[in-house]
Ligand binder design. Structure first.
Ligand code: CP
Length: 338
C-alpha cells in the first residue's frame, strides 16, 4: 500500500503512489518494499507457459534510448510485453532527430500518438526529470539511466536479487567497487541500500575514480584498498570503468587497474565465504572482474538480469496506476476484456 506519510512530488501523486520513476532519492522504505513485493509477485509470470498478464492491455510504452543499452532496453521491452502493453522501440539513429527535430518535438509527437509511458535513457544527467517536469508531465516517465546521476530500476533489480538471495538488508555489509565517480548505478544503489536498512555500505576504488567528497554519496565507509574494503562483506557489487564519461586519463592502464581493483579469487577470499558477487553489466572480463568470478558459484550476475524483468514489470504497472491522466478514447483500457 502507498505510504500515508508520502508528500506529493514530481514522482508521487497526492495518494503517495508512483506516477514517474526518476530517482530512488526521496522515496520511502515502504514504497521501495512495495516495488519489491510487486516484483516478487511477477517472478512467476516468467515461469509460466504463457508469459503474459493483461494489466497494461491497451497501453502503449515507448522505449527512448539515446544511449547504448542491451539489458535495460530489452528487459523493459519484455516487461511491457508480459504486461500486454504495446511497445514502440524508437531507433534514435534512424528517427527524425537526425533531420534536426528537437527532443521536445519528438516527445510531443509521440504524446499525440497517445503513448502512455516513456522509458528514457539519456547521456545527460537530469534528462528524464526534465521531460517529466517540463515536456510530458501527463505521461509516466521511467528513468532508464541518466548520465552519471541515477539508474533507479537497476538499483531496484539489484535489491530484489539481494532480498531473494540473502533474505534482507539488515545486519549485512555491502561493498561497491570501482569507478564510483562516473557511476549512476552506485548513486542509486547506495540510496536504495540505506533506505532499505543496510547495516553498512562501503565504496572502494582509486582516488581518481571516487568523487572529491566521497562522503557526499551517503556510503558509510570509503576504502582505497580492495582487500581491506572487502573484509567480511556479504555482497560485492562490481562496476565497470565508464570510459565514455571520463574526460581525461584517470588510470595508469587496464592491466594495472585489474591488478589493484579487479575481482579475483584471491581478493574475494577476504569477503564472507558465502558473499554474493554482483555486477550491473556490461562486464569487462580481465578489467574489473576475472572470468572465473563472473562465471563462478558466487556470481548472481545473470540472475540480476532475470529479476530485471520482474522489477520493470512492477515499476511499469505501478507508475501506470499512479498516473492521474483521464482515460480517453485513444487509451480504452477500461473497455478491454479482462
Ligand atoms: N546495466 C545496464 O544498464 O546495462 P545496459 O547498459 O546494457 O542497459
Amino acid at each position: 500500500m502507498p505510504s500515508t506519510n508520502a508528500k506529493p512530488s514530481l514522482q508521487l501523486n497526492a495518494q503517495g503512489q508512483l506516477r514517474h520513476f526518476l530517482n530512488i532519492d526521496g522515496l520511502e522504505r515502504s514504497l521501495l518494499e512495495e516495488i519489491l513485493d510487486t516484483a516478487d509477485s511477477f517472478v512467476s509470470v516468467g515461469e509460466q507457459a504463457v508469459k503474459k498478464v493483461p494489466l497494461l492491455r491497451g497501453k502503449t510504452v515507448a522505449n527512448l534510448f539515446f544511449e547504448a543499452s542491451t539489458r535495460t532496453r530489452t528487459t523493459f521491452e519484455l516487461a511491457a510485453k508480459r504486461l500486454s502493453a504495446d511497445v514502440l522501440n524508437i531507433n534514435i539513429n534512424t528517427s527524425a532527430a537526425s533531420k534536426g527535430e528537437s527532443l521536445k518535438d519528438m516527445l510531443q509527437n509521440l504524446e499525440a500518438m497517445a503513448c502512455d509511458m516513456f522509458v528514457v535513457r539519456h547521456a545527460n544527467s537530469g534528462a528524464a526529470h526534465f521531460i517529466a517536469k517540463h515536456v510530458c508531465p501527463d505521461i509516466a516517465i521511467i528513468n532508464a539511466g541518466d548520465g552519471s546521476n541515477a539508474h533507479p530500476t537497476q538499483a531496484m533489480l539489484d535489491m530484489l536479487t539481494i532480498r531473494r538471495e540473502k533474505g534482507g538488508f539488515e545486519n549485512r555489509t555491502f561493498a561497491i567497487v570501482g569507478d564510483i565517480l562516473h557511476s549512476r548505478v552506485a548513486r542509486s544503489e547506495i540510496q536504495a541500500l540505506k533506505t532499505l536498512g543496510a547495516a553498512e555500505v562501503r565504496i572502494i576504488g582509486p582516488k581518481t575514480l571516487l568523487p572529491k567528497a566521497p562522503d557526499s554519496l551517503g556510503a558509510d565507509k570509503v576504502y582505497y584498498d580492495m582487500k581491506e574494503g572487502l573484509k567480511d562483506v556479504d555482497v560485492v557489487i562490481m562496476l565497470r570503468l565508464q570510459r565514455e564519461r571520463m574526460q581525461t586519463a584517470l588510470l595508469p592502464s587496464e592491466h594495472e587497474y585489474f591488478r589493484l581493483y579487479g575481482l579475483t579469487n584471491e581478493k574475494l577470499a577476504y569477503a564472507k565465504p558465502d558473499a554474493l558477487v554482483m555486477h550491473p553489466g556490461p562486464i569487462n572480463r580481465g578489467v574489473e572482474i576475472a572470468s572465473e568470478i563472473a562465471d563462478g558459484p558466487q556470481s548472481v550476475i545473470l540472475k540480476q538480469v532475470s529479476y530485471g524483468i520482474s522489477v520493470r514489470m512492477a515499476i511499469l504497472s505501478m507508475t501506470m496506476s499512479g498516473q492521474t491522466r483521464p482515460v480517453t478514447a485513444a487509451a480504452p483500457i477500461n473497455r478491454a476484456p479482462q
